[in-house]
Design a protein around this ligand. Structure first.
Ligand SMILES: [Zn+2]
Length: 151
């Protein structure tokens, strides 16, 4: 039984629905995804060999094509691969897949400069923000510092 599991099942990390039927979403993009502070990722590490897909083959017993992978190079040491995971219900998995589909379909456009010359790092990329937005961020940071000093 996992830590959050109850006799009724496991809560979905996203919507909280408790049921027996959960799926694990695995994420990795060579970035500290825990910066997405509202997403309750767990971090896991798998040690092994990376094998890229090199084709497919028909699995006759279920009449379905399955992927095939490169052979493991026996001379290569196993390496750790870290992932951010979420345990979710099927409905949330479906919405996650739809979100990826939407993201892929909506190609990025180069933003027009707002002329401020103020650039910040935002989830691993550099963006230009307006002076007003910069002032808002500074006010939020001052407010947070004030609360930390009260504690
Ligand atoms: Zn859910």
């Amino acid at each position: 039984m996992k830590s959050q599991e109850t006799e009724y099942g496991e809560p979905c990390d996203r919507c909280g629905e408790v049921d027996e039927d959960r799926r694990t979403l695995w994420h990795a993009c060579f970035y500290a995804m825990h910066e997405l502070k509202e997403v309750p990722f767990k971090q896991v590490k798998i040690t092994g060999h990376l094998q890229e897909q090199n084709g497919t083959k028909m699995l006759e017993s279920i009449q379905h094509e399955i992927p095939t992978y490169e052979d493991v190079d026996e001379n290569e040491e196993p390496r750790g691969h870290t992932f951010y995971t979420l345990r979710v219900c099927k409905r949330c998995r479906s919405q996650w897949m739809r979100a990826i589909d939407d993201w892929f379909r909506d190609k990025p456009v180069d933003p027009e400069s707002c002329g401020s010359g103020i650039f910040i790092r935002d989830k691993g990329s550099i963006i230009e923000i307006t002076r007003e937005r910069w002032d808002e961020i500074q006010a939020m940071n001052e407010s947070l510092k004030g609360k930390e000093n009260e504690d």
